[in-house]
Design a protein around this ligand. Structure first.
Ligand SMILES: [Zn+2]
Length: 72
């Protein structure tokens, strides 16, 4: 089981928008679910420091979404 991330943690990740490996950070964002009007607040996501794109949803956020029934 991987250690849970928390807001403010940093990592490097590949950003398709920047086209490079970038510095990224974990932050809480409101996510809009595809195919529904539901907005989920305070979901931990990995965000590119360069362009603010959401790069990744950590596993713990997947679990959070499943718990509220939108992460199928
Ligand atoms: Zn980027």
């Amino acid at each position: 089981m991987e250690a849970p991330w928390k807001a403010g943690d940093t990592a490097s990740a590949h950003c398709p928008h920047c086209g490079d490996i970038v510095a990224a950070r974990y932050a809480l964002r409101a996510l809009r679910m595809p195919r529904s009007r539901l907005r989920v607040r305070d979901v931990l996501v990995e965000v590119c420091n360069g362009c603010e794109a959401v790069l990744n949803l950590p596993r713990q956020s997947m679990a959070q979404l499943r718990e509220i029934g939108v992460g199928k």
